[in-house]
Design a protein around this ligand. Sequence first.
Ligand SMILES: Nc1ncnc2c1ncn2[C@@H]1O[C@H](COP(=O)(O)OP(=O)(O)O)[C@@H](O)[C@H]1O
Ligand SMILES: [Mg+2]
Length: 243
Amino acid sequence: MTAAANNSAVLRATNVRKTYQLGRLRVPVLRGVNIDVRRGEFVAILGASGSGKSTLLHLLGGLDAADKATTDTGPASIEFEGSDLIRFSTGRLDEYRRRRVGFVFQFYHLLPELTVLQNVTIAAMTAMGKLEYWSKRGEVRAHASALLERVGLGHRLQHRPAELSGGERQRVAIARALVNKPDLLLADEPTGNLDRVTGASILDLFTDLHKGGQTMVVVTHDEATAARADRVVRLVDGSVVAA
Ligand SMILES: Nc1ncnc2c1ncn2[C@@H]1O[C@H](COP(=O)(O)OP(=O)(O)O)[C@@H](O)[C@H]1O
Ligand SMILES: [Mg+2]
């Protein structure tokens, strides 16, 4: 039995809506999305630019808040291991975002003044707090170095992001996303800024992580990325459509 065959949903989003208010105009961006992610699964969310992919991923990762109002299609919820994060307190949401989820973005978002190793350890420090980090810093550094080794950057620990290629920067971002052993890895167009060959090597890395049991949701407009996933969810104009 593969990990993906394990049926328990890590994340279950039901009737999720997001409406932006632009002055007096209400702009519905997500129109009642349902999506399940099971433990060990690699789910791709495929859609054209503007279909709402980033918005959905931000909601799933607790980076932004879904609409709370109940609609004619019922209430909305985003259940993580059975608890609804739409109704989490700020503190609990913060904990979810820092410890349970890892994010990878199209443009890496590394801190330019920190080394590669520090870019990864800082995510652990943020999750544990300074005191715990200080007492475990040796372990954390060893773990971060091992992750950087795993993504092929063992020889670049003391470099700064500006000294790295785009593909290498994305590898740092992936190591950073993994440092707190997240239940869920969320990636937003992770190869969108890379040439095809470099992008394919990043996709190989995602495939490897998935084989190692990592649960992941990758958002993309690219069929080649979606082809790596166990399951593809298509988003058109803020709604999930049948494949
Ligand atoms: N902060 C915002 N305010 C208003 N509209 C937004 C905001 N963020 C995104 N949108 C709109 O929501 C739609 C979906 O955006 P997005 O989720 O970024 O799509 P995708 O990632 O699929 O390209 C777009 O029409 C975009 O203009
Ligand atoms: Mg986007």
